[in-house]
Design a protein around this ligand. Structure first.
Ligand code: CUA
Length: 347
Protein backbone atom coordinates (compact mmCIF):
# COMPACT_ATOMS: atom_id res chain seq x y z
CA UNK A 1 0.00 0.00 0.00
CA UNK A 2 1.29 3.49 -0.89
CA UNK A 3 2.07 5.81 2.09
CA UNK A 4 -0.73 8.25 1.11
CA UNK A 5 -3.34 5.48 0.86
CA UNK A 6 -2.16 4.06 4.20
CA UNK A 7 -2.47 7.51 5.79
CA UNK A 8 -6.00 8.05 4.35
CA UNK A 9 -7.10 4.63 5.61
CA UNK A 10 -5.66 5.36 9.08
CA UNK A 11 -7.30 8.78 9.20
CA UNK A 12 -10.74 7.44 8.28
CA UNK A 13 -10.40 4.73 10.96
CA UNK A 14 -9.57 7.44 13.52
CA UNK A 15 -12.57 9.57 12.45
CA UNK A 16 -14.89 6.54 12.75
CA UNK A 17 -13.57 5.89 16.29
CA UNK A 18 -13.92 9.57 17.25
CA UNK A 19 -17.48 9.59 15.86
CA UNK A 20 -18.38 6.42 17.78
CA UNK A 21 -16.95 7.81 21.03
CA UNK A 22 -18.84 11.10 20.56
CA UNK A 23 -22.02 9.14 19.81
CA UNK A 24 -21.61 7.03 22.93
CA UNK A 25 -20.93 10.12 25.04
CA UNK A 26 -24.22 11.51 23.71
CA UNK A 27 -25.94 8.55 25.36
CA UNK A 28 -24.36 9.13 28.74
CA UNK A 29 -26.85 9.57 31.62
CA UNK A 30 -25.26 12.93 32.48
CA UNK A 31 -27.23 14.43 29.59
CA UNK A 32 -30.55 15.56 31.05
CA UNK A 33 -32.73 14.94 27.98
CA UNK A 34 -31.47 11.43 27.24
CA UNK A 35 -33.96 8.66 26.69
CA UNK A 36 -31.85 5.93 28.27
CA UNK A 37 -32.46 6.65 31.95
CA UNK A 38 -35.75 5.14 32.93
CA UNK A 39 -37.92 7.01 35.38
CA UNK A 40 -41.20 5.16 34.84
CA UNK A 41 -42.73 1.83 33.79
CA UNK A 42 -43.42 3.34 30.34
CA UNK A 43 -39.78 4.40 29.87
CA UNK A 44 -38.52 0.97 30.96
CA UNK A 45 -40.78 -0.85 28.48
CA UNK A 46 -39.52 1.36 25.65
CA UNK A 47 -35.96 0.79 26.85
CA UNK A 48 -36.31 -2.99 26.84
CA UNK A 49 -37.52 -2.88 23.21
CA UNK A 50 -34.55 -0.67 22.38
CA UNK A 51 -32.09 -3.11 23.99
CA UNK A 52 -33.80 -6.11 22.36
CA UNK A 53 -33.63 -4.57 18.86
CA UNK A 54 -30.01 -3.58 19.42
CA UNK A 55 -29.04 -7.14 20.32
CA UNK A 56 -30.69 -8.40 17.13
CA UNK A 57 -28.85 -5.69 15.16
CA UNK A 58 -25.58 -6.67 16.82
CA UNK A 59 -25.96 -10.34 15.88
CA UNK A 60 -26.88 -9.37 12.29
CA UNK A 61 -23.83 -7.14 12.15
CA UNK A 62 -21.56 -9.97 13.32
CA UNK A 63 -22.99 -12.35 10.70
CA UNK A 64 -22.70 -9.79 7.90
CA UNK A 65 -19.12 -8.91 8.86
CA UNK A 66 -18.15 -12.59 9.12
CA UNK A 67 -19.62 -13.37 5.68
CA UNK A 68 -18.02 -10.26 4.21
CA UNK A 69 -14.53 -11.07 5.47
CA UNK A 70 -14.96 -14.69 4.48
CA UNK A 71 -15.91 -13.59 0.96
CA UNK A 72 -13.00 -11.16 0.77
CA UNK A 73 -10.41 -13.80 1.69
CA UNK A 74 -12.06 -16.82 0.10
CA UNK A 75 -12.93 -15.37 -3.28
CA UNK A 76 -10.21 -12.79 -3.82
CA UNK A 77 -7.97 -13.34 -6.80
CA UNK A 78 -4.60 -14.87 -5.95
CA UNK A 79 -1.38 -13.79 -7.63
CA UNK A 80 -1.09 -15.60 -10.92
CA UNK A 81 -4.80 -16.52 -11.13
CA UNK A 82 -6.91 -15.25 -14.02
CA UNK A 83 -8.74 -12.08 -12.87
CA UNK A 84 -12.24 -12.72 -14.28
CA UNK A 85 -15.03 -12.82 -11.66
CA UNK A 86 -17.65 -15.56 -11.40
CA UNK A 87 -20.51 -15.22 -13.87
CA UNK A 88 -23.28 -16.60 -11.62
CA UNK A 89 -26.35 -14.38 -12.19
CA UNK A 90 -28.93 -15.79 -9.79
CA UNK A 91 -29.55 -18.49 -7.23
CA UNK A 92 -33.14 -19.19 -6.20
CA UNK A 93 -32.14 -20.67 -2.81
CA UNK A 94 -30.17 -17.53 -1.97
CA UNK A 95 -33.03 -15.26 -3.01
CA UNK A 96 -35.57 -17.16 -0.91
CA UNK A 97 -33.19 -17.08 2.05
CA UNK A 98 -32.51 -13.34 1.92
CA UNK A 99 -36.21 -12.60 1.62
CA UNK A 100 -37.41 -15.00 4.32
CA UNK A 101 -34.76 -14.25 6.95
CA UNK A 102 -35.37 -10.45 7.09
CA UNK A 103 -39.14 -11.12 7.14
CA UNK A 104 -38.65 -13.41 10.15
CA UNK A 105 -36.45 -10.83 11.87
CA UNK A 106 -39.17 -8.20 11.34
CA UNK A 107 -41.73 -10.53 12.95
CA UNK A 108 -39.40 -10.98 15.95
CA UNK A 109 -39.23 -7.19 16.33
CA UNK A 110 -42.86 -6.43 15.55
CA UNK A 111 -44.51 -8.72 18.10
CA UNK A 112 -42.90 -7.23 21.25
CA UNK A 113 -43.22 -3.73 19.77
CA UNK A 114 -46.97 -4.07 19.33
CA UNK A 115 -47.30 -5.60 22.80
CA UNK A 116 -45.47 -2.57 24.20
CA UNK A 117 -47.74 -0.16 22.33
CA UNK A 118 -50.80 -1.89 23.82
CA UNK A 119 -49.29 -1.95 27.30
CA UNK A 120 -48.35 1.74 27.26
CA UNK A 121 -51.56 3.06 25.75
CA UNK A 122 -54.36 1.78 27.98
CA UNK A 123 -57.98 2.88 27.37
CA UNK A 124 -58.68 3.18 31.07
CA UNK A 125 -56.68 3.70 34.25
CA UNK A 126 -57.26 3.10 37.96
CA UNK A 127 -59.63 5.45 39.77
CA UNK A 128 -56.83 6.59 42.09
CA UNK A 129 -54.58 7.66 39.21
CA UNK A 130 -53.53 11.31 39.35
CA UNK A 131 -55.30 13.05 36.47
CA UNK A 132 -53.59 16.17 35.19
CA UNK A 133 -55.15 18.26 32.48
CA UNK A 134 -52.41 19.57 30.21
CA UNK A 135 -53.20 22.56 28.02
CA UNK A 136 -50.52 23.56 25.56
CA UNK A 137 -50.28 27.25 24.66
CA UNK A 138 -47.89 29.15 22.43
CA UNK A 139 -45.43 28.90 24.27
CA UNK A 140 -46.04 27.48 27.71
CA UNK A 141 -47.65 24.50 29.42
CA UNK A 142 -50.65 24.78 31.68
CA UNK A 143 -51.17 21.99 34.24
CA UNK A 144 -54.52 21.71 35.97
CA UNK A 145 -55.16 19.25 38.81
CA UNK A 146 -58.99 18.91 38.87
CA UNK A 147 -58.80 16.71 41.99
CA UNK A 148 -57.03 19.47 43.96
CA UNK A 149 -58.19 22.67 42.24
CA UNK A 150 -54.63 23.59 41.27
CA UNK A 151 -53.68 25.49 38.11
CA UNK A 152 -49.98 25.94 37.45
CA UNK A 153 -47.58 26.51 34.57
CA UNK A 154 -44.47 24.92 33.07
CA UNK A 155 -43.71 22.85 36.18
CA UNK A 156 -45.63 19.69 36.90
CA UNK A 157 -45.42 17.85 40.22
CA UNK A 158 -45.98 14.08 40.33
CA UNK A 159 -46.10 11.49 43.06
CA UNK A 160 -43.65 8.59 42.81
CA UNK A 161 -45.39 5.24 42.57
CA UNK A 162 -48.76 6.77 41.65
CA UNK A 163 -49.96 6.45 38.09
CA UNK A 164 -50.42 9.77 36.34
CA UNK A 165 -52.86 10.28 33.52
CA UNK A 166 -52.16 13.36 31.43
CA UNK A 167 -55.28 14.44 29.52
CA UNK A 168 -53.90 16.80 26.92
CA UNK A 169 -55.33 19.39 24.60
CA UNK A 170 -54.09 22.51 22.87
CA UNK A 171 -55.40 26.07 23.11
CA UNK A 172 -54.05 26.99 19.69
CA UNK A 173 -52.01 24.79 17.34
CA UNK A 174 -50.39 21.35 17.50
CA UNK A 175 -47.70 20.86 20.14
CA UNK A 176 -46.12 17.68 21.51
CA UNK A 177 -45.53 16.75 25.14
CA UNK A 178 -42.32 14.96 26.08
CA UNK A 179 -40.40 14.31 29.27
CA UNK A 180 -37.77 11.87 27.92
CA UNK A 181 -36.85 10.24 31.23
CA UNK A 182 -40.48 9.50 32.06
CA UNK A 183 -41.87 8.20 28.79
CA UNK A 184 -42.80 8.68 25.18
CA UNK A 185 -44.06 11.69 23.27
CA UNK A 186 -47.66 12.55 22.65
CA UNK A 187 -49.04 15.13 20.20
CA UNK A 188 -51.24 17.79 21.78
CA UNK A 189 -53.92 18.75 19.30
CA UNK A 190 -56.60 21.46 19.41
CA UNK A 191 -60.18 20.14 19.72
CA UNK A 192 -59.04 16.68 20.80
CA UNK A 193 -57.96 15.09 24.07
CA UNK A 194 -54.91 12.83 23.84
CA UNK A 195 -53.75 10.80 26.80
CA UNK A 196 -50.50 9.51 28.12
CA UNK A 197 -50.23 7.46 31.30
CA UNK A 198 -47.31 6.18 33.30
CA UNK A 199 -46.17 5.55 36.84
CA UNK A 200 -43.06 7.58 37.65
CA UNK A 201 -40.80 5.84 40.17
CA UNK A 202 -37.54 7.77 40.12
CA UNK A 203 -37.40 10.79 42.42
CA UNK A 204 -36.03 14.05 41.03
CA UNK A 205 -36.48 16.81 38.51
CA UNK A 206 -36.72 15.89 34.84
CA UNK A 207 -36.63 18.20 31.85
CA UNK A 208 -39.31 18.21 29.20
CA UNK A 209 -39.76 19.99 25.90
CA UNK A 210 -42.37 20.64 23.24
CA UNK A 211 -41.31 18.43 20.32
CA UNK A 212 -43.63 19.58 17.55
CA UNK A 213 -42.59 22.74 15.74
CA UNK A 214 -45.11 25.36 16.87
CA UNK A 215 -43.75 28.73 15.81
CA UNK A 216 -41.14 31.30 16.80
CA UNK A 217 -40.55 30.11 20.35
CA UNK A 218 -41.04 26.37 19.90
CA UNK A 219 -37.59 25.76 21.35
CA UNK A 220 -38.52 27.96 24.34
CA UNK A 221 -41.54 25.82 25.24
CA UNK A 222 -39.96 23.74 27.97
CA UNK A 223 -41.16 22.20 31.19
CA UNK A 224 -39.91 20.54 34.34
CA UNK A 225 -41.43 17.47 35.97
CA UNK A 226 -40.80 16.99 39.69
CA UNK A 227 -41.31 13.44 40.92
CA UNK A 228 -41.77 13.54 44.69
CA UNK A 229 -42.43 11.23 47.61
CA UNK A 230 -46.04 11.09 48.80
CA UNK A 231 -45.23 13.38 51.75
CA UNK A 232 -43.51 16.00 49.61
CA UNK A 233 -46.24 15.85 46.99
CA UNK A 234 -48.95 16.29 49.65
CA UNK A 235 -47.05 19.27 51.06
CA UNK A 236 -46.84 20.83 47.61
CA UNK A 237 -50.57 20.29 47.05
CA UNK A 238 -51.39 21.95 50.40
CA UNK A 239 -49.17 24.91 49.62
CA UNK A 240 -50.71 25.35 46.15
CA UNK A 241 -54.21 25.16 47.58
CA UNK A 242 -53.74 28.00 50.07
CA UNK A 243 -53.79 31.42 48.41
CA UNK A 244 -50.75 33.56 49.20
CA UNK A 245 -51.17 36.40 51.66
CA UNK A 246 -51.40 39.76 49.89
CA UNK A 247 -48.45 41.74 51.23
CA UNK A 248 -49.49 44.41 53.74
CA UNK A 249 -46.71 46.91 53.19
CA UNK A 250 -43.38 47.65 51.56
CA UNK A 251 -42.22 47.11 48.02
CA UNK A 252 -44.29 43.94 47.49
CA UNK A 253 -47.53 45.72 48.52
CA UNK A 254 -46.79 48.52 46.07
CA UNK A 255 -46.12 45.82 43.46
CA UNK A 256 -49.54 44.26 44.14
CA UNK A 257 -51.13 47.62 43.31
CA UNK A 258 -49.15 47.83 40.08
CA UNK A 259 -50.17 44.28 39.17
CA UNK A 260 -53.85 45.03 39.81
CA UNK A 261 -53.84 48.26 37.83
CA UNK A 262 -51.50 47.38 34.95
CA UNK A 263 -52.64 45.12 32.10
CA UNK A 264 -51.04 42.11 33.89
CA UNK A 265 -54.42 41.03 35.24
CA UNK A 266 -55.97 40.82 31.76
CA UNK A 267 -54.11 37.57 31.23
CA UNK A 268 -52.84 36.46 34.62
CA UNK A 269 -54.72 35.33 37.71
CA UNK A 270 -53.51 35.67 41.27
CA UNK A 271 -56.10 34.03 43.48
CA UNK A 272 -57.00 36.13 46.50
CA UNK A 273 -55.75 39.42 45.05
CA UNK A 274 -58.32 42.16 45.51
CA UNK A 275 -58.52 45.68 44.13
CA UNK A 276 -58.29 44.64 40.48
CA UNK A 277 -59.19 47.33 38.01
CA UNK A 278 -62.70 46.36 36.75
CA UNK A 279 -61.85 46.41 33.02
CA UNK A 280 -59.49 43.48 33.53
CA UNK A 281 -61.76 40.51 33.29
CA UNK A 282 -59.16 37.80 32.64
CA UNK A 283 -60.44 36.93 29.18
CA UNK A 284 -57.04 36.17 27.69
CA UNK A 285 -55.22 33.26 29.26
CA UNK A 286 -51.67 33.61 30.54
CA UNK A 287 -50.10 31.46 33.26
CA UNK A 288 -51.84 31.50 36.66
CA UNK A 289 -49.39 33.36 38.90
CA UNK A 290 -51.01 32.56 42.26
CA UNK A 291 -47.90 30.69 43.42
CA UNK A 292 -45.41 32.12 40.95
CA UNK A 293 -42.75 32.64 43.66
CA UNK A 294 -42.72 28.90 44.41
CA UNK A 295 -41.70 27.93 40.86
CA UNK A 296 -38.09 27.36 39.98
CA UNK A 297 -38.33 28.82 36.47
CA UNK A 298 -40.19 31.41 34.40
CA UNK A 299 -40.98 32.28 30.77
CA UNK A 300 -41.71 28.80 29.44
CA UNK A 301 -39.20 27.32 31.88
CA UNK A 302 -36.25 28.84 30.01
CA UNK A 303 -34.98 31.09 32.84
CA UNK A 304 -34.31 30.32 36.48
CA UNK A 305 -36.79 32.19 38.66
CA UNK A 306 -34.63 34.96 40.10
CA UNK A 307 -35.58 38.65 40.60
CA UNK A 308 -33.00 39.66 37.96
CA UNK A 309 -34.40 37.25 35.35
CA UNK A 310 -37.98 38.24 36.16
CA UNK A 311 -37.11 41.93 35.68
CA UNK A 312 -35.39 41.08 32.39
CA UNK A 313 -38.49 39.16 31.25
CA UNK A 314 -40.98 41.91 32.21
CA UNK A 315 -38.84 44.61 30.59
CA UNK A 316 -38.60 42.95 27.19
CA UNK A 317 -40.56 39.69 26.85
CA UNK A 318 -40.00 39.48 23.12
CA UNK A 319 -36.25 39.47 23.58
CA UNK A 320 -36.44 36.51 25.99
CA UNK A 321 -39.14 34.55 24.17
CA UNK A 322 -39.59 35.82 20.59
CA UNK A 323 -43.22 36.07 19.53
CA UNK A 324 -44.58 35.79 23.09
CA UNK A 325 -48.01 37.32 23.72
CA UNK A 326 -46.73 39.08 26.81
CA UNK A 327 -46.56 42.83 25.98
CA UNK A 328 -43.81 45.24 26.95
CA UNK A 329 -45.29 47.35 29.75
CA UNK A 330 -42.58 49.98 29.86
CA UNK A 331 -42.10 49.55 33.60
CA UNK A 332 -38.76 50.56 35.04
CA UNK A 333 -37.00 51.69 38.19
CA UNK A 334 -39.00 51.46 41.40
CA UNK A 335 -42.23 50.27 39.69
CA UNK A 336 -40.39 47.36 38.08
CA UNK A 337 -38.66 46.44 41.34
CA UNK A 338 -41.98 46.61 43.24
CA UNK A 339 -43.73 44.36 40.73
CA UNK A 340 -40.85 41.88 40.85
CA UNK A 341 -40.93 41.92 44.67
CA UNK A 342 -44.68 41.23 44.63
CA UNK A 343 -44.48 38.34 42.15
CA UNK A 344 -41.55 36.74 44.00
CA UNK A 345 -43.57 37.00 47.24
CA UNK A 346 -46.27 34.71 45.80
CA UNK A 347 -45.08 31.49 47.43
CU1 CUA B 1 -45.19 23.88 21.29
CU2 CUA B 1 -43.40 23.33 19.86
Amino acid sequence: MKPLARFTKGASLVSVLVGLTAGMMGCSPSYPMDTLSNGSDFARRIHSIYVFVNWIDFVIMLIVLAVMFLAIFWFSTRVGEPGEPSTVTSDIRLEVAWTAIPALILVFITVPTIRTIWATQPDHWPADALTIKVIAHQWWWEFQYPEYGIDTADEVHLQAGRMVHFAMESADIIHSFWVPTLGGKRDVVPGQINSITYTPDQLGMFYGQCVEFCGDSHANMRLRAFVQTKDDFDKWVKQQQSPPVTPAGGSAAAGAQIFANAPCAICHTVKGLTGLSPQYSGTFKGPDLTHFGSRSTLAGSILENTPENLAKWIQDPDKVKPGANMPTLGLKGKDLNDLVAYLESLK
